[in-house]
Design a binder for this molecule. Structure first.
Ligand code: FDA
Length: 389
């Protein structure tokens, strides 16, 4: 095998490392992915009946305040001026989210000034003042008061975790943002937008280099193929972005994750909900939210009388499910420490990305951390002969 570097996983982390190593150092990089497509969870494709771009693994909104990441991603794509906003349905009524002055005034049928709203929420949060909440339910009440907590947080969180918030640890939330203005822009970052020609076009451009060889439908643990763990570790440096517990054959136990089931439906209407994301905050609706992807790209003016929607159902992941959000219980944290020790001792293998580090990472964070790994570890190794640790 002729590669200088093997990258396991073609998500944003793996492709950023591969692109830098190939473009800047001229290395020959082999990227493998067990899926049939590149891009990891950011992959998108065109829904056949409507021609609308759908994000295959859940809605992906790009946002960052990191100048270095912004400069880097703009080498491969331009971005639209999409600004993300979310609405939520409670008792048959639509409210703007995250909770802001508009939500508060609509909910209490009032015309509070920012100061009045602040005083009201402080008073309502006072119900559990001076206590040390041990569960998420009490913590939520202490942070924003019972009325808003029970309307917008309690059941939504219960559905996300498939667990009554009274049985969830308080530590899951440290704060619940409430804005005392009418600003309902979802992200606060300097830069925000969607790739003009879609995620897959962006991702393909990152991999489009003569020194990058991408092999799809190739599992690193399939020893019958040449780029497997047994065949490359020890002879070629590896950047591994798959699940860290899988790499070590679950020696320290399984790390726990939440997953999402997507129920996709094409509807005979041009517009189902008038916006891209609507949350369902009550317990009587089994899904957490509905995504309508046509609204991610109003500038495309999709010429179709149909639309596509995705209902999202959240649950604990079992073996074989897509791991989406780390659960991070105390037991998980203990296992992770043990896996980190094993990872450190694994010669010439670097672990990165959301699966390799068991951390939820937004896209800009995955790209930023891949750029750091490249600068601090990969480049010094290949340029200066430093050990790849
Ligand atoms: P990623 O999971 O993308 O890639 C890892 C790759 O490794 C996969 O392609 C996998 O197939 C491959 N692999 C695993 N095991 C392998 C093996 N044994 N052999 C070969 N290949 C293997 N971010 C954001 O900024 N805005 C957003 O709106 C969202 N929304 C969002 C929604 C949902 C539901 C999720 C789960 C995540 C988001 N994200 C997000 C986060 C975003 O998806 C994340 O930042 C990137 O996926 C991280 O890229 P990685 O390369 O680390 O992992």
């Amino acid at each position: 095998m002729t590669a200088d570097l093997v990258v396991v996983g073609s998500g944003f982390f793996g492709l950023t490392v591969a692109e830098r190593a190939a473009s800047e150092l001229g290395l020959k990089v082999t990227v493998i992915d067990r899926r049939h497509h590149i891009g990891g969870n950011a992959y998108s494709e065109t829904e056949e009946q409507t021609g609308i771009e759908v994000h295959r693994y859940g809605a992906h909104l790009f946002h960052t305040s990191n100048e270095k990441v912004w400069e880097y991603v703009n080498r491969f794509t331009t971005f639209t001026d999409y600004v993300h906003r979310v609405y939520g349905v409670h008792k048959g009524e639509v409210f703007p989210l995250p909770i802001n002055l508009g939500t508060i005034n609509q909910f209490f049928r009032a015309n509070y000034t920012p100061a009045e709203a602040r005083a009201l929420i402080a008073e309502q949060a006072g119900e559990l003042a001076g206590t040390d909440p041990q569960n998420l339910n009490d913590k939520g009440i202490q942070l924003i008061g019972r009325p808003l907590y029970e309307a917008f947080i309690k059941h939504y969180t219960g559905k996300q975790w498939q667990t009554d918030p009274k049985d969830l640890p308080a530590g899951i939330i440290s704060r619940l943002p409430v804005r005392y203005t009418y600003d309902n822009r979802y992200f606060n970052d300097t830069y925000e937008g969607l790739p003009t020609q879609g995620y897959t076009a962006w991702i393909e451009r990152m991999a489009d280099h003569p020194n990058i060889d991408v092999r799809l439908s190739t599992d690193f643990f399939d020893e019958s193929q040449p780029i497997s763990k047994g065949n490359v570790v020890g002879s070629v440096p590896v950047v591994y972005t798959g699940p860290v517990d899988r790499y070590f054959d679950y020696a320290e136990g399984d790390l726990s994750w939440r997953t999402i089931d997507f129920e996709e439906e094409v509807l005979p209407t041009g517009d189902f909900q008038g916006t891209s994301v609507v949350n369902y905050n009550d317990a009587d609706v089994p899904y957490t939210r509905i995504i309508e992807p046509r609204h991610f790209h109003p500038e495309r003016n999709y010429q179709t009388e149909k639309t596509v929607i995705m209902r999202e159902f959240s649950r604990f992941a079992e073996k074989g499910d897509e791991p989406y959000y780390p659960i991070n219980t105390e037991a998980d944290r203990a296992k992770l420490l043990a896996y980190r020790d094993l990872a450190k001792a694994e010669k010439d293998v670097l672990f990165g990305g959301r699966l390799g580090t068991y951390k939820y990472l937004d896209m800009h964070m995955a790209i930023g951390s891949a750029l750091s790994m490249y600068e601090n570890r990969i480049k010094p190794h290949f340029e200066g002969g430093q050990a790849l640790v």
